[in-house]
Design a protein around this ligand. Sequence first.
Ligand code: FAD
Length: 460
Amino acid sequence: MVHTKTSLKDKCTFKTGATARFYAEINCVEEIDTLMEEIDCQISETIDEIQYGSKALGFDFPKPKLKYYFLGEGSNTLFHGNIDEVVIKNQIKGIKVFENAFENKPELVLLRVGSGELFEDLLSFCLENGYYGLENLSGVPGTVGAAAVGNIGAYGVEQADCFFGASEYNVKDRKTIYRKKKNKLSISKNHIELPEEILTANLNPEVVFSYRHSNIDGFVLSVDYVFSKTPKPILNYRGLDTLPKDISPKELAEEIIRIRDKKIENYKDFPNAGSFFQNPIVPESTFTILKSKFPDLHGFKLDNQADLSDNEQETLMKLSAAQLIEMVGLKGYRNEKYGISKLHSLIIINYNDATGEELLMFSKVIKNMVNKYFSITLHEEVRLHFETWNLEIDKYQDESNKYQQEVDEIDEINNIEAMLEGKEFVSLKEVLEKEEEYKVQTMKDELEISMYNYAQKKLL
Ligand SMILES: Cc1cc2nc3c(=O)[nH]c(=O)nc-3n(C[C@H](O)[C@H](O)[C@H](O)COP(=O)(O)OP(=O)(O)OC[C@H]3O[C@@H](n4cnc5c(N)ncnc54)[C@H](O)[C@@H]3O)c2cc1C
């Protein structure tokens, strides 16, 4: 069923108020075609209504730009304002196990996972059944579909390490394709239960991963992972290197959750979306210059091919965005509504009902301060969503914006009076818009001053 004007506040871990014009939920892969038909139907009805209403009020109705937003748990999303994307909340569940899926590899197991499964539930399932490989990602919130799209990573492991392939639905041509990551495994051809698309997927473009990124652009319906039945704990990440080499996967997962709980506030009590910014990747030469100015700066050579971008000639270094923010002096900054975590300077927290706009403004000031200090641009890890048609008719129909109508009426009268009296017409609407701009700018200036003051004290 497609709902209109649905609040997204409880559907994202930032808990910012935002309203989706179209909202639907999908519960199983088989529903996708029917759901898309329903969405088409609802959209054309709504557009007809808007067109009719707009014409009656004398407005243009610009052709809407329609986009789809596939929503998981909203733990990596910042919504704000009215969202004119079609939001499809993913609730596709289910885990299916395929033993002996690969030639001469009885120790490997292939799992087909519904993309709406929580990643945490997938890991619990694996631990219960003795399938290993992604224990280091314990405690990362969100769904399996989003994990693949954003290539989640933590403690030296990325989901790409066990990813085999995914079924993706393309909203443009309304088709599902199966795409694999490059691998050296040979599928057991005589396996009678294996889904056919796994055998025939070789002709489709490969899935490629890099740091917090993949080339998946459709709606992921299910993800196939390959796990091992033999535990191989990965302990070379800082903080894990002191653990016993023979630690069991379950103990490792528990230890990682313990470490994470100490480092990141629980998003249920302190709404946040994990790391707001990505760790910047810079050429080694840039790092050397920075290091000469800031000797404490950490940089880590990228040892993973998947992390390399177009610039593959020079060694690339990953900096810690958290350290940059901390060195600017912003760790722990907060005002009444929002702030930066005291525990982890990459976490922006919505302490008290901040809007998406406020959090966005805050993040921009952080970016500016880091840029001024280090000449490095931080890029958001969180997905920002605020696609809006910005329709005049919405402003009229929204009760809280009734005054707009009155303003237009006053302007109309003033305009006629000005013409009759031969005076210059001053538009109240424009005056109010300028006042609003001024208010926002003042808020931003005040925020900047308060953040600079905080940072200065912190750095003394
Ligand atoms: C406290 C906290 C700690 C975190 N720690 C980590 C961490 O250690 N490592 C890490 O990598 N991340 C971390 N994150 C970020 C977040 O958990 C991951 O990015 C997660 O994968 C987001 O999942 P989601 O279902 O909530 O995605 P959403 O926020 O719902 O969506 C994120 C993006 O994925 C897209 N998407 C979602 N589902 C699908 C689908 N089925 N098909 C296509 N596109 C889809 C959305 O359109 C959006 O662009 C953390 C977040 C929080 C709140």
